[in-house]
Design a protein around this ligand. Structure first.
Ligand SMILES: Nc1ncnc2c1ncn2[C@@H]1O[C@H](COP(=O)(O)OP(=O)(O)O)[C@@H](O)[C@H]1O
Ligand SMILES: [Mg+2]
Length: 271
């Protein structure tokens, strides 16, 4: 293995998306909602839950890359609007974040009502067809039950006004926000989880092993389970990673760096 090709491999590895089953299921469900909207005008919404490192932001980025913003002379066409909810967000702060994501040339000051109306107008002008709210648990991290109710109510109102498919992605505690507001809960009654361990045919150890092998194939280095069996390797991977793609990836990139280090110290060694 040459150092340069391995470094290139490492970069490709960091950027590569692996279609592991829950990621594909979430991507397919979101794209199906976009198709339904295009064909019927009906906005179906979805809740995507996953612990940290299960691929929520990557899923947003992947969808954004499939539907990039097109710059026209008079406006941007933002087919997929990705909004990351800031920590301790206020409603006005979320509206500002949305206006920024929509490339609003005018800095709107004024009331929340004013900003919300501008978000709705720009979503229509930019032909938004899907809204992804990443880090949506932050909607629930500030204030008390009354604040949570108001945030949820504002979101429900916004979603109804814009009228396009919307996805809330966040940590599992995001469900608490929906418990507080029944109308929002009804709109997000369809839920998907990004964690491994949902297969009817494979156990979670096998899924971890499959993910590990798929990720390793991007590295152009051989992987072996020795001194363990593959079965035991799967179990070890599961315990070490909790079935989260981020940790499986970290183990592999640490392994590759270790190989590169060994190569530098023993240049004749081609392992
Ligand atoms: N489908 C995927 N294929 C390959 N790597 C992925 C995939 N999804 C996530 N990752 C990797 O896992 C790590 C964590 O992903 P991220 O999307 O930030 O998780 P989350 O937003 O759920 O915390 C990142 O390094 C990302 O590159
Ligand atoms: Mg994230």
């Amino acid at each position: 293995m040459s150092g340069a090709s391995s470094l290139g491999g490492l970069q490709r590895f960091e950027e590569q998306y692996i279609p592991f089953p829950p990621f594909v299921a979430a991507k397919d469900a979101i794209e199906a909602n976009m198709v339904l909207f295009r064909e019927t005008g009906l906005p179906a919404h979805l809740l995507v839950l996953g612990e940290s490192g299960t691929g929520k932001s990557s899923l947003c980025r992947w969808l954004g890359a499939q539907h990039p913003t097109r710059k026209l002379p008079d406006r941007d066409m933002v087919e997929v609007l990705i909004v990351s909810i800031p920590p301790a967000a206020t409603i006005a702060g979320i509206a500002d974040q949305m206006l920024k994501a929509l490339g609003d040339p005018v800095r709107v000051s004024g009331t929340v009502t004013h900003k919300t109306a501008r978000v709705v107008t720009l979503c229509r002008q930019c032909r938004v067809q899907l809204i992804l709210f990443d880090e949506a648990q932050h909607l629930h991290d500030r204030g008390d039950t009354r604040t949570h109710y108001m945030v949820a109510d504002w979101l429900k109102h916004l979603i109804d006004e814009v009228g396009v498919p919307t996805v809330l992605l966040g940590l599992p505690r995001l469900e608490s926000l929906l418990q507080i507001n029944e109308q929002l809960r009804r709109r997000f009654s369809r839920r998907l989880r990004l964690a491994l361990g949902q297969s009817d045919t494979d156990d979670i150890e096998t899924e971890c092993l499959q993910l590990f092998i798929s990720l390793a194939s991007c590295l152009e280095v051989g992987v072996s389970a020795v001194p363990y069996t593959w079965r035991e390797m799967g179990m070890r991977l599961y315990y070490a990673s909790d079935g989260r793609v981020a940790y499986v990836k970290k183990m592999l990139s640490a392994g590759l760096r270790h190989c590169l280090e060994k190569d530098r110290m023993h240049p004749g060694n081609t392992s």
